[in-house]
Design a protein around this ligand. Structure first.
Ligand code: NAD
Length: 462
């Protein structure tokens, strides 16, 4: 029994309120979501942009596209579909259960915890919140301690729209998160690193709490020799340096057919100048590494690569006072280089070559299952070969990152890159229990099940 926990009282208030929230109609839930949408899209929009600029110089257009738009479009999608998602789903009943009918209802899980990372603070906190509210849960939110300007605004929004026994936001770092994880939540939705995902899952096991784990890892991009290179370069340069490479579905490294590597690099150089001019540090369209700790981690990767005699093909320059690292492309890395071992989560792109597709596929399969795997190719047989012989949470073909934004697709990883799915119906499902109901309509139809087990009853079963 948990007697001393700073969040127990809040948890109990939500627990006591869970049936009131859980029994709300779809219209009542949509009213809450509409208020959240209005706050994000209208009343707090400028302050959200300002907070993200202060947190890591995120350009305004990127804030609009990757923080505000995903929440608004998720709310729109839920609003258009919630009524039908909440309806009971009739299922068939076998002959042996004659006289009864069966259905599935999506009932709320109850009191939920959402723990989120810093890289898209609004999107990755309010996105799951939309699904949790749609499914009729009460929620405690714990955003990251690394983007304080953003979490302050989120706290204000939550206080304005919800009572604490419906939705509450708790600010704090690891100790806060650990204290919350001791409580017997009905569901935990965690977005963050695989290492912390394991801590969350262990804590959840104590109460047999269900989990959704949205994790990360190294997402490969395969470019074969048939790929349209200039098309691939534009997509990858955008997908890699958006949010300064701090995206769970960023292309982490390139696996390219050795015959097209040089052409790819020379196109990439040109494209970066088009996106960010010659002096990226003056470009208003290039954000920054989130803090000094992550800056040091990334610069150490570059130093480690140099020690291994890797080739810095593009960039490499950095400035600690601004947490600025140039868009950097590095090739000729030995396997033991840290850039090929750890998730990069920053503006550094390693390039590895392969001789044939079997080699590329074997390399991917020697690592943990990725959250995203990207394929650039014009040849259908190559695309099919890669998909059939690898495993990944998500894939985009001749594009990257954008698979995240289709509400009709489940989003999430597999094993080390995650457990469970989110977005659209899949998000609603993650926060719901599929309750099975069987209703007996006729008296006596199942009488043959009861003792005494006569010979006649035995014959019926035979
Ligand atoms: P993180 O795992 O360090 O932190 C995430 C959250 O967990 C934060 O709120 C933090 O306070 C909390 N936390 C940290 N250490 C903890 C501990 N020991 N015990 C309990 N709670 C703890 O992740 P991050 O650095 O904020 O984000 C980067 C990681 O998140 C990357 O691995 C990235 O790939 C992943 N990510 C995944 C997705 C996805 O949707 N799959 C999205 C964004 C980021």
């Amino acid at each position: 029994m948990i007697l001393e926990n700073p969040y127990l009282e809040l948890f109990n208030r939500q627990k006591n309120n869970q049936f009131k929230v859980g029994n709300t109609t779809y219209k009542e839930r949509l009213k809450k979501l509409k208020a959240l949408r209005y706050a994000v899209e209208v009343t707090y929009k400028d302050r959200i942009r300002e907070a993200l600029y202060k947190d890591f110089k995120k350009p305004q257009l990127e804030v609009d596209l990757t923080e505000i738009y995903p929440i608004v479009s998720e709310i729109k999608f839920v609003s258009a579909n919630l009524k039908s998602w909440m309806k009971r789903q009739k299922v068939e009943t076998p002959m042996a259960l004659l006289g009864s009918s069966s259905w599935v209802t999506y009932e709320p899980k109850g009191v939920c915890l959402i723990v989120s990372p810093w890289n898209f603070p609004f999107n990755l906190t309010f996105g799951p919140l939309v699904s949790a509210i749609a499914a009729g849960n009460t929620v405690i939110l714990k955003p990251s301690e690394m983007t304080l300007n953003s979490s302050r605004i989120m706290a204000e929004i939550v206080q304005e729209i919800f009572t604490e026994d419906e939705v509450a936001l708790v600010e704090g770092a690891v100790e806060t998160s650990k204290a919350l994880l001791q409580l017997p939540f009905n569901h935990i939705f965690f977005t963050g690193s695989p290492a912390v995902g394991k801590i969350v899952m262990k804590a959840a096991a104590e109460h047999l709490t269900s989990v959704t784990l949205e994790l990360g890892g190294k997402s490969p991009t395969i470019i074969d020799k048939t790929a349209n290179l200039s098309h691939a370069v534009r997509k990858i340069a955008w997908g890699k340096f958006l949010n300064n490479g701090q995206i769970c579905v960023s292309p982490d490294y390139i696996l390219i057919d050795e015959t097209v590597k040089e052409a790819f690099i020379s196109e990439f150089k040109k494209q970066l100048k088009v996106f960010y001019t010659k002096s990226t540090n003056h470009s208003a369209d290039y954000s920054r590494v989130v803090n000094n700790r992550h800056f040091d981690r990334l610069v150490n990767h570059i130093e480690n690569a140099k020690q291994h005699n890797a080739i810095i093909e593009i960039g490499g320059v950095s400035n600690k006072t601004e947490n600025f690292i140039e868009p950097t492309v590095i090739s000729n890395l030995p396997e033991k280089a840290s850039l090929l071992q750890e998730e990069i989560f920053g503006p550094i792109l390693p390039i590895k070559t392969y001789g044939n597709l079997e080699e590329a596929v074997a390399y991917i399969n020697s690592k943990e299952k990725p959250l995203a795997l990207y394929i650039y190719s014009k040849r259908k047989s190559n695309i099919n070969y890669i998909i059939k012989n690898t495993r990944a949470g998500t894939t985009a073909i001749n594009n990257n990152v954008l698979q995240y934004s289709n509400h009709h697709l489940p989003f999430g990883g597999s094993n080390n890159s995650g457990i469970g799915k989110s977005h659209g119906f899949y998000g609603f499902e993650a926060f719901s229990n599929r309750r099975a109901v069987l209703k007996q309509h006729t008296k006596g139809a199942t009488e043959f099940l009861f003792p005494p087990y006569t010979t006649m009853k035995q014959k019926l079963v035979d």
